[in-house]
Ligand binder design. Sequence first.
Ligand code: FES
Length: 104
Amino acid sequence: MNNWIDVAAEADLFEGAGIAVTPQNHDIAVFKLEDGVYAINNECSHGNAKLCDGFVEGHHVECPFHQALFDVRDGSVQCAPATEPVKAWPVKIENGRVFLDLQT
Ligand code: FES
């Protein structure tokens, strides 16, 4: 069963950047790209950095601490020093609101 949680207004998002949201004690970064909105865990798998503050290029976000690259679509690591992926969350947009499925 899905557990869609309203986390933000679509208008809060700006293309090519991330914002932090904290539904139900999760720390999640939401990114708006040219082709959609994506959500991954906000904390870098390599350290205590917030990926919402990272530089976004294409489908990648660069960790602000040591420049590891993550794919915001699935949380996979694209470049060291991080070696572990971060969790990706399903996103939907409805009536101008951003929902995350926290069930998965
Ligand atoms: Fe993110 Fe080191 S804390 S790459």
